[in-house]
Design a binder for this molecule. Sequence first.
Ligand SMILES: *Cc1c(COP(=O)(O)O)cnc(C)c1O
Length: 360
Amino acid sequence: MARVYNFSAGPAVLPEEVLKEAAEEMLDYRGTGMSVMEMSHRSKAFQQIIDDAEQDIRDLMNIPDNYKVLFLQGGASQQFAAIPMNLKKNGKAAYIVTGQWAKKASQEAQKYLDVQVVASSADKTFSYIPDCSDLAIDDDVDYVYICENNTIYGTKFKELPNTKGHTLVADVSSCFLSEPVDVEKYGVIYGGVQKNIGPAGVVIAIIREDLIPESVDASVPTMLSWKTQADAGSLYNTPPCYGIYICGKVFQWIKKMGGLQAMKEHNEKKAKILYDFLDQSKLFKGTVVPKDRSLMNVPFVTGDEALDAKFVAEAKEAGFENLKGHRTVGGMRASIYNAMPIEGVQALVDFMKKFEEANA
Ligand SMILES: *Cc1c(COP(=O)(O)O)cnc(C)c1O
């Protein structure tokens, strides 16, 4: 059995070491005689797993004590609703729309409060990050929302917006743990783990304690109140136990790799190989303004749909999976998350060179 190079945007590649370890522990997790999948979430063994996972992500991200770390379900998409439900005070929020996910989040928020779109890059198919240094943000907004790394379009905020003192909420689904982060600049950092951390089914939300309201509107579902989850240590009901366990293993793996600074350097190296190639290629072109390029998701095109399709098909045959671009962008997209080895990116570029020569 051969493993392919998997460039999927999510669910995505996981460290092989982690998968092997999980396989070894599948039938008997550390002498318990059962799989983590079969274990009570109220057991000592599972409590240890979730406690260790929380401590490890706290260590990795340097999360201050006045932030809660919640392991939730419902995907990042469910937080699109939970965020306004929990943060609503004045009933108004500012959204920066840099792609589909931010747009969806803003549309969902509109059900619960007034949404001010204070910046957008929709005019150029979300191929850049707008200048957010001096936005017209009303004084009474409850928070400012961004999607920090735009998975579909391949852009990333290199500098956080000037929120004019308002709480910053960031969806980091596709750049979670890809580089060091200054948690204190945010009120809420959250993301689905299936892009860069673990299996689908877990959302991690890091929330400054004073933003977790004592009470929410009576209409807010119990499960969507952050306080319910915070008070119960993410164990109000049965959490996604197995997913949390795998996330914990990935945290351990990142620690072993040298932490977030090492991850950043590793990710920069990988992205550079691909972007350098794209910048000199006569066939392939990156679609994003260079200064706003993501280290995680790299969209590119040939400019000819038939040739794009040919490339994706031939790449698949050669062991490079999931390179087809998002249906709204077309072309190709290589997602090169933490667990993608540098050899995978180098091999892809070598393959692209050959394809370019053959199709000149
Ligand atoms: C994938 C993705 C989402 C949606 O995540 P779900 O867990 O499927 O709800 C939201 N935001 C970003 C940035 C994503 O990449």
